[in-house]
Design a protein around this ligand. Structure first.
Ligand SMILES: C[S@@+](CC[C@H](N)C(=O)[O-])C[C@H]1O[C@@H](n2cnc3c(N)ncnc32)[C@H](O)[C@@H]1O
Length: 193
């Protein structure tokens, strides 16, 4: 199955779940770090529930994903946005699917896309995720699922090493949660340009 078909099926499955109709827990954490107004870029937004929440708060949101009806942005390719153009870049469990080189490059592009003083907020699956024993290892912290999807897992330390050094870290811990996964712990990141 190719990646687009796989994610289309996942989106259909998610759309039938009640949790997909409300903002994620991390979205409500992240807004406390946002400037009061401004432009948000939501990467790998899925069904867009966090984008809708941010819009309801008055932000100007660009919602992107590999799958439409979001603006289609494949994060394997360079971000198609001008430098210094967003106040906030946000991604909820969306930056997992790339090699170490592409992930570092993507973080660099996110940095460039932000205005000075802008914030990057994202949440990630942890290196101790219970899903890992079912996966095939490709590289350090990088695995392939049975469906052929490559997936990277993070720790606060590995994430810090991959980020551009110019970012000022405001929050980096493993206390993140989702409604979907209950008590499972996730890495939360908020950093500022
Ligand atoms: C775990 S889901 C998270 C979706 C949403 N942010 C949420 O938390 O509900 C991962 C998302 O990444 C998107 N995705 C996967 N590969 C991608 C790629 N190469 N470029 C952009 N988005 C991608 C999928 O379509 C999916 O919506």
């Amino acid at each position: 199955m190719n990646q687009t078909d796989y994610w289309q099926k996942v989106h259909l499955k998610y759309s039938q779940q009640d949790w997909s109709k409300q903002p994620n827990i991390f979205a409500t954490d992240a807004v406390t770090y946002f400037p009061k107004t401004g432009k948000i870029l939501d990467l790998a937004a899925g069904l867009g529930q966090d984008s809708k929440y941010f819009s309801s708060l008055g932000y100007n949101v660009t919602t992107t994903d590999l799958i439409s009806p979001s603006q289609v942005v494949d994060l394997n390719n360079p971000l198609p946005f001008s430098n210094n153009s967003f106040d906030i870049v946000y991604s909820h469990l969306g930056l997992h699917y790339f090699s170490q080189d592409r992930t570092k490059q993507l973080f660099e592009e996110i940095y460039n896309t932000l205005k000075v003083g802008g914030v990057f907020c994202s949440i990630f699956n942890l290196v101790t995720d219970p899903e890992i024993p079912e996966l095939t290892k490709i590289d350090t912290d990088y695995y392939q699922t049975a469906e052929g999807i490559n997936k990277r897992f993070f720790s606060p330390e590995s994430l810090k090493q991959m980020l551009p050094k110019e970012f000022k870290i405001l929050l980096l811990d493993n206390n993140g949660k989702t409604i979907k996964d209950g008590d499972g712990r996730l890495v939360r990141l908020v950093c500022q340009k």
